[in-house]
Ligand binder design. Sequence first.
Ligand SMILES: Nc1ncnc2c1ncn2[C@@H]1O[C@H](COP(=O)(O)OP(=O)(O)OP(=O)(O)O)[C@@H](O)[C@H]1O
Ligand SMILES: [Mg+2]
Length: 261
Amino acid sequence: MSLLEGTNLRKTYRMSRRTSVEALRGVDVSIARGEMVAIMGPSGSGKSTLMHLLGLLHAPDINDGPAPTLRFNGTDVTTLSDRERTRIRARSMGFVFQSFNLVPTLTAEENVALAAEYAGTSGGPARQAAREALASVGLGDRATHRPMELSGGEQQRVAIARALVNDPTLVLGDEPTGNLDSARTAEVLAILRKFNRERGQTVLLVTHDAEVGETCDRIIRMRDGMIVGDERVAQAAETVGAAAPRRIAVPSAAAIPVAAI
Ligand SMILES: Nc1ncnc2c1ncn2[C@@H]1O[C@H](COP(=O)(O)OP(=O)(O)OP(=O)(O)O)[C@@H](O)[C@H]1O
Ligand SMILES: [Mg+2]
């Protein structure tokens, strides 16, 4: 069953009356519950834009083409107010970005607890949830450290704990390993895969790193604001650096009616 299903997703950034960028030119995409999916493609191909739409951070364009549709977890989210979208994001989604985006003046525990409070958990239980989330990413002994007192890999694990603290249905990462070396990349992917397997969380990652893509179940390829390829990874690599697995190419999602995927 699809967790996320979008059709006719378009996004044009208008810079002035004359200049605009068509970042997404009509994308149909369907993500099944429990999948771990990589979105790959050249710089500027629309990966982040697509992720922002799927993560309800931005709304698709409704003008200049067929009406877009976007369903998350069975709910039509295209017509929701900003407030309702924010609520879904806070409770059901977790975000990880390339630059860890931690609050520098807060400890690791406070950074993670903030996300729990934002989703409606009160102070004490939020702290408790934060400690558990930090322990689950192997940082139980770093809870009182501020970001500056942590390595890059540790900061990214705090950001992952923050993304996971509300037990989200969907975890979205925009180049979450972009600033990490291969050992730290492997750690981050192992954590995401563990949560994907044990809690059935759906994971959607934008990445430039082919090896990261090969650890996912499926690779969606973008170019010039379109999906140009959609491959299932036959046997996802367990870690970065493992031998390249076989891939089965399936036709571009754009060529298949969404209901059939
Ligand atoms: N806020 C914005 N205003 C104007 N143009 C934008 C904006 N965000 C993105 N764009 C343009 O839209 C296109 C797609 O951008 P997007 O960030 O989705 O690409 P990307 O595939 O994520 O690239 P990268 O791999 O470099 O992160 C690019 O040409 C970019 O310049
Ligand atoms: Mg990007």
